[in-house]
Write a protein that binds this ligand. Structure first.
Ligand code: BES
Ligand code: MN
Ligand code: ZN
Length: 487
């Protein structure tokens, strides 16, 4: 569910607290005097707000968490949410405050009595948490209500609000793409949706199977050859600055059955999310275009479907990659690295990039290593890796550095070809990253993000309801601001 109405900025008016009809949100902390809006709400409710703040329940709240008074007497609102927040909240507390507001948010408008609190952080976190995927319901709920933000100085916050909305829209787009089932979002419909992004000022190229064949991208084509959906490479250019681009490459396996090395039935439905890397890439490109980033970034997404079929590749097949390396396909379920091998090589040959970042729901092994809270970060460049870890921390997205080491290459040595696509169970995420590194020119700064664990969550998280998380859009946008953007 996306916002049905746009956020409204308004100047501070204490009388609104009594007259607003949807939800009203005020802030309080025990140690400091109450903000003026909270004081007014306390006066209208004849001290109910003060009693709530003095309660045991309130004392147990973390900064940014809140409690709700339903049908508070004296107010037109159906709910008054009181968020615990210190006078000078840190980034985490602001994010939590927004998440608490978004989680409780529904179809009615919410009046946020921010006064001097930072609107951007709170609004962005609220919009992220208010998301609700309704696209597959026969009778979808209408979008959620607008946020009406009361500020002491509303005029200075316009740009902040626009940016928070753009970032939330980008994360929502990524989540919509990941949540979409594979019969609806196919290689063809995904590519068509990407083509419509030209309207945002992005330059879009779509390479079809004949083009991929002409470029010698046999490793990628082999993955899709058992599917009725044609394989495609979609390229999105955002040229907000001169100079060599940052290339962002996403794995876009629309559905991963495993191919002839078929996956077990239990849980296979989750493999609609195997295009998560492509979804983050596309969401990020939308964010950059919407906020007119002063950076040169090219997004490349390899779109394929991995199906078992009479034409599908077999275990034991050997395919020639675009680079020229011959790959022995030990396991057709290790397909993501075959797609990436060719798209990474294409990016380096055709764009001469300043750096390459790839995102992929690449291995189940990264879930064994890191669970669902942190993505695996592999990089041949310490500066890039540490800048990304800092950006992820700032964005509230979990990430953890994993090793690369030629020692692991013995696990993917092929008897008959140059490399094999599976090293078996030991260090499964690292051998996958080592495989990808074969297709990276040594002088190119490169980072690989294994997002298999963080793309889809089984339970609600702080900033998203269960389902697609949109992990990575905010962290990569932050990285681009700090490292790839002119000021
Ligand atoms: N798409 C899967 C990885 C995955 C697993 C993503 C679970 C999300 C949740 C990938 O294509 C895959 O099947 N990897 C294999 C590799 C193995 C055959 C070497 C795996 O992880 O088992
Ligand atoms: Mn697979
Ligand atoms: Zn896969």
């Amino acid at each position: 569910m996306t916002a049905s109405q746009r956020t409204r900025l308004q100047s501070f008016d204490l009388d609104e607290i009594a007259s607003h009809g949807g939800r009203v949100i005020v802030f309080a902390d025990r140690e400091t005097p109450l903000p003026r809006a909270t004081k007014r709400a306390d006066r209208i409710t004849k001290g109910a707000v003060g009693r709530a703040i003095a309660s045991d329940g309130f004392s147990k709240l973390k900064s940014g968490e809140g409690l709700t008074l339903s049908w508070p007497s004296g107010l037109q609102a159906e709910a008054l949410q009181i968020i615990r927040l210190p006078r000078k909240p840190d980034a985490l507390a602001l994010r939590r405050a927004g998440n608490s507001i978004g989680k409780a948010h529904g179809e009615k408008t919410a009046l946020l009595c921010l006064d001097t609190l930072p609107a951007r952080e709170i609004l962005q976190a609220a919009l992220l948490r208010a998301y609700d995927y309704q696209a597959q319901k026969a009778d979808p709920k209408p979008g959620f209500g607008a946020f009406h933000i009361m500020l002491r100085a509303p005029d200075t916050a316009e740009a902040d609000i626009a940016e928070a909305e753009a970032m939330a829209r980008a994360v929502h787009l990524t989540r919509d793409l990941v949540n979409a089932p594979a019969n609806i979002l196919t290689t063809t419909s995904f590519a068509a949706q990407i083509e419509e992004m030209r309207g945002l000022g992005l330059e879009v190229e779509i390479l079809d199977e004949a083009d991929l064949e002409a470029h010698g991208m046999r490793a990628m084509l082999a993955v899709g050859q058992g599917s009725e959906s044609p394989s495609k490479l979609a390229i999105l250019h955002w040229k907000g600055a001169e100079g060599p681009p940052l290339a962002v490459v996403g794995k876009g396996v629309m559905f991963d059955t495993g191919g002839v090395s078929l996956k077990p039935a239990a849980g296979m439905e989750d493999m609609t999310m195997d295009m998560g890397g492509a979804a983050v890439t596309v969401g990020l490109m939308q964010a950059l275009a919407e906020r007119k980033a002063r950076a040169h970034v090219v997004g490349l997404v390899g779109l394929v479907e991995n199906m078992p079929d009479g034409r599908a590749q077999r275990p034991g097949d050997v395919v020639r990659s675009m680079k020229g390396d011959m790959i022995e396909v030990i396991n057709t379920d290790a397909e993501g690295r075959l797609v990436l091998a060719d798209v990474l090589w294409y990016a380096q040959e055709h764009l001469k990039p300043a750096a390459v970042i790839d995102l992929a729901t690449l291995t189940g092994a990264i879930i064994i290593a890191l669970g669902h809270d942190k993505a695996g970060v592999f990089a041949n460049d310490d500066g890039l890796a540490s800048a990304f870890l800092a950006a992820a921390e700032q964005a509230g997205e979990g990430a953890w550095r994993m090793p690369l080491d030629p020692a692991y290459d013995t696990l993917i040595k092929s008897r008959i070809a140059d490399v094999k696509n599976s090293g078996g169970r030991p260090a499964g995420s690292i051998t996958a990253a080592q495989f990808l590194q074969r297709f990276i020119k040594p002088e190119i700064p490169w980072m690989h993000l294994d997002i298999a664990g963080v793309t889809l969550t089984k339970t609600d998280s702080a900033h998203a309801p269960k389902g697609a998380s949109g992990w990575g859009v905010l962290a990569l946008d932050t990285l681009i601001r700090t490292r790839f953007e002119e000021s």
